[in-house]
Design a protein around this ligand. Structure first.
Ligand SMILES: NC(=O)c1ccc[n+]([C@@H]2O[C@H](COP(=O)([O-])OP(=O)(O)OC[C@H]3O[C@@H](n4cnc5c(N)ncnc54)[C@H](O)[C@@H]3O)[C@@H](O)[C@H]2O)c1
Length: 379
């Protein structure tokens, strides 16, 4: 199967979907790899590094999309890329479709099969292709929040760790999954007072053990959140309902409970945002202020540290893309039901229930959307 890697074109995105190590593995499995010239530049990977592992360097995205049967990405395809997708092609990338009906409809119109990293599951109900970027985003969330609390950046002017004789700042993390755990770990490392909110009691038990008493765990409810908001200097939103649009855990009227120039970091912004007042921002212009509260809502936080993120992402995606290239979509999902749940759109239909619900579009089971197999080379 011909595998293509275009350069990411979302603003401030420097990751790339394949490393030279991945190109080598694909080559050893007999799959030709096309890499757009410059695709690895943002992650300090030169064209020559890919070529040395057997990849062919092509000049533009048009060539990648025209020739590749399996197109790899990092962020959701931008309009110029959607126009290049075609039936018979498979796209494997982050999609975050539940809050974006326009993109979902546009992908349906291409006739391609679109597999979202973030909804691929494993046997334990975890999200193995979201996890590495959630680890990175969680760590950045606390770093960025701490920075935005500095006075010259418009913050309250609070040092999260405090100093002897002056109390530490309060960090509230809502959603104690992968992002929340890593955000809290960094906040603990900075010596802040940390409170992690979640609705899953088993998860709170795990966090309680993992933090060894260095953070408080709190059952998340409207009241418990409202009780904490007046004390919080930094609030990190990290909730997720798999595949679905993020629920609002802080409404606009609740901002008035907070201290002036406290900071909200909405990591869940890629799933539509978990604060009512959030809207997507970029690394170039990451914050805005609503009702005196600084909001940081960057949709591709790991893009800021591409060298770390590219390697973390591709370590996780490589086994899946080898499976797709070796066995085609049908063969790969037969072998791994977790990969099946990654298929969000197939041949004009929405094939993920939470995406269908989020976009208000009809749901079609994957096998029905794929239709009967027409040839051995079929997906
Ligand atoms: N902005 C970015 O660059 C970026 C990068 C990586 C991940 N993310 C996003 O971060 C979010 C979290 O990802 P994750 O990997 O940590 O997910 P996860 O599934 O590991 O954790 C989500 C947690 O939220 C909890 N939760 C769900 N609803 C809740 C509610 N109403 N109140 C409190 N807790 C609730 C769940 O119990 C779970 O523990 C996702 O939306 C993901 O897409 C964003």
């Amino acid at each position: 199967m011909r595998v293509g890697v275009p350069t990411e074109i979302k603003p401030d995105e420097y990751r790339v979907a394949l490393t030279p190590a991945g190109a080598r593995e694909l080559a050893e499995h007999g799959h030709p790899v096309l890499v757009q010239s410059g695709a690895g530049e943002g992650s300090s990977i030169a064209d020559a590094d890919y070529a040395a592992q057997g990849a062919r360097i092509v000049p533009d995205a048009e060539t990648v999309f025209a020739e590749a049967e399996l197109v790899l990405g990092v962020k959701e395809p931008q309009p110029s890329e959607v126009r290049l997708l075609r039936p018979g092609q498979t796209l494997f990338t982050y999609l975050h479709l539940a809050p974006t009906p326009e993109l979902t409809r546009a992908l349906c119109e291409t006739g391609a099969i679109c597999i979202a990293y973030e909804t691929v599951g494993d046997a334990h109900g975890r999200l193995p292709l979201l996890a590495p970027m959630s680890e990175v985003a969680g760590k950045i969330a606390t770093q960025a929040g701490a920075f935005m609390l500095e006075k010259p950046l418009g913050g309250r002017g609070v040092l999260l760790g405090g100093v002897p004789g002056v109390a530490a700042g309060n960090v509230m993390v809502i959603g104690g999954g992968v992002v929340g755990f890593h955000a809290a770990s960094i906040a603990i490392g900075m010596e802040a007072d940390v409170f992690v909110f979640d609705r899953d009691l088993d998860r709170l038990r795990e966090l309680d053990v993992a933090f060894g008493g260095r953070a408080s765990t709190v059952y998340s409810s409207t009241l418990s959140i409202e009780e904490m908001l007046p004390r919080a200097d930094l609030v990190i939103g990290a909730v997720l309902v798999h595949g679905a649009r993020a629920p609002y855990v802080i409404k606009r009227e609740q901002l008035s409970l907070m201290k002036s120039r406290a900071v909200l970091v909405d990591v869940s912004i890629d799933q539509g945002g978990c604060f009512e007042t959030s809207r997507p921002t970029t690394h170039s212009d990451p914050t805005f202020v609503v009702d005196g509260i600084t909001h940081y809502c960057v949709t591709n936080m790991p893009g800021a540290v591409p060298i770390t993120s590219t390697h973390a992402l591709t370590n996780a995606t490589l086994p899946y893309l080898l499976a797709l290239a070796d066995h085609g979509v049908r063969g790969a999902i037969e072998r791994d039901p977790g990969l099946r749940s990654g298929i969000n759109v197939a041949r004009g239909r929405v094939t993920h229930a939470a995406v269908a619900e989020g976009t208000g579009m009809a749901f079609t089971p994957v096998e029905e959307a794929l239709g009967p197999q027409s040839s051995v080379l079929d997906t």
